[in-house]
Design a protein around this ligand. Structure first.
Ligand SMILES: Cc1cc2nc3c(=O)[nH]c(=O)nc-3n(C[C@H](O)[C@H](O)[C@H](O)COP(=O)(O)OP(=O)(O)OC[C@H]3O[C@@H](n4cnc5c(N)ncnc54)[C@H](O)[C@@H]3O)c2cc1C
Length: 407
């Protein structure tokens, strides 16, 4: 009986703990996240107390030592309570990129930073995108040059999640945070000349600028300039020249979690809209009794069930990879397919569900309206849908069919 959708006893316990927290503390404050453009710091502190920023880190570094599937169970509960996806971003970015930083970080880095990240004292984000390069990372211009026993990093990163929360010490996280940052150590080698570094955003030589977000306003998004930021060698994540490849691994994690967040967020939107449509009457009938609504509900639900299963397959693939039972590129293909499918399924479902609310759907008090704006971010965040298509096609057709870059 190899295929099994049942959760283990431990996963059920994790689910009920997080659900209790999310229903009690998160759900009542979600509209406030969007209005105040921030998640209440006490919610983040409570998540830290529950160990939710340490889910995937090994116990020897203060984490819970759980696998990506169980980390997905936590994410489901955060999304169900918060359809602005602000907590989803706070959690999934840290969980994905923190794991990669742990996996490739030096022992010194693990002792100093991963332990703090696992305790929820330090948030870990990702910074690959720049003003002039997003999908095509060869175009980045940030550089890291060796200087004595460390590196000096210069450049600019743009459209980066969590810059405000990482910048401010002692508000959301006691030590603020930093970003796993992609930079050239040897530009002549293109992809093979890139390396990854942890850059604390609390450094005085980093300046941050916030963007006005379209949605998911509770977790910030903006750019930062690195003005000769000096970091120790122990902040390099992985070997010099391996940064691009390690970043691709981090994207697999983030895409699998995003797929799950979208599937669950879409289902939750349908549940909320269906409750409303059962109460609301038009032409003497509950809106839910109209076949037009029912058929939309069924088509969307079917797609979301498929997206949900595919997202868990991607998280399972990450676990299999950790156990050495499945190859890297297979994981990349499944994670890209999961993100591609789930984002589209969620956008369509949330858009339809919002219509059942009538004009009430066009207010900022309606969590489903906030969800529609939030899922739109996943057209791009952690890799655009077009790039997901290119990855799936590349893995199915073979690498000889990759379009060559024009110089
Ligand atoms: C809400 C949000 C949060 C984000 N958070 C982060 C973060 O924390 N860290 C970070 O590093 N980045 C972050 N990003 C940036 C995100 O990773 C980029 O937006 C994404 O990689 C696309 O890059 P770009 O925006 O530069 O678009 P471009 O690369 O300029 O692409 C523009 C358009 O062209 C399409 N396109 C590009 N190349 C091809 C191709 N070969 N074939 C077909 N179509 C193509 C793209 O799909 C897109 O539609 C975030 C973005 C958003 C919206």
């Amino acid at each position: 009986m190899p295929v099994d959708f049942e959760l283990t006893r431990e996963q059920e316990d994790v689910r009920s703990t997080v659900r209790e927290f999310a229903e009690k503390y998160v759900a009542p404050r979600v509209v406030e996240f969007e209005e105040r453009q921030q998640v209440a710091p006490e919610i983040i502190r409570e998540m830290a107390r529950l160990g939710l920023f340490g889910v995937v880190f090994p116990e020897e570094y203060g984490g819970l030592g759980l696998d990506p599937v169980t980390a997905g169970v936590v994410l489901e509960e955060l999304v169900r309570a918060d359809l602005t996806f602000s907590l989803a971003v706070a959690y999934l970015v840290h969980t994905s990129w923190g794991y990669v930083a742990y996996k490739y970080g030096s022992e010194e880095f693990r002792e100093n930073l991963i332990k703090r990240a696992a305790a929820g004292d330090l948030w870990i984000g990702i910074a690959t995108t720049e003003p002039g390069a997003g999908s095509d990372l060869v175009g980045i211009t940030t550089t890291a040059r060796r200087d004595g026993d460390g590196y000096v990093i210069s450049g600019e990163k743009a459209y980066i999640s969590g810059v405000k929360e990482a910048r401010e010490r002692g508000v959301w996280f006691p030590d603020g945070g930093g970003h796993v940052t992609l930079a050239y150590t040897d530009k002549t080698k293109l992809h093979r000349g890139m390396s990854l570094f942890f850059v604390p955003l609390t450094d005085p030589n980093v300046s941050v600028r916030l963007e006005k977000e379209f949605g998911r306003k509770g977790w910030s998004f903006g750019s930062f300039v690195l003005n000769d930021v000096r970091i120790p060698e122990s902040y390099r994540i992985g070997e010099e020249g391996r940064g691009f490849y390690i970043a691709m691994e981090g994207f697999d994690h983030a895409r699998a979690y995003i797929a799950l967040a979208c599937a669950v967020g879409g289902k939750r939107a349908i549940e909320l809209a269906a409750e409303y449509a059962k109460q609301r009457r038009a032409f003497g009938e509950p809106v839910a009794s109209f076949q037009g609504v029912q058929f939309q509900l069924a088509d969307n639900w079917a797609r979301l069930e498929a997206a949900h299963a595919l997202a868990y397959k991607a998280l399972w693939a990450l676990k299999m990879e950790q156990e050495g039972r499945i190859g890297r590129f297979e994981v990349t293909k499944i994670a890209a397919a999961a993100k591609l499918f789930a984002v589209q399924a969620a956008k369509a479902a949330i858009d339809d569900a919002l219509r059942w609310f009538g004009a009430y759907g066009y207010t900022e008090e309606n969590p489903v309206a906030l969800a529609l704006k939030a899922v739109k971010s996943y057209d791009w965040a952690e890799g655009s849908l077009d790039i997901m298509r290119l990855i799936v096609a590349r893995e199915v057709l073979g690498r000889e069919y990759i379009a060559r870059r024009r110089q």
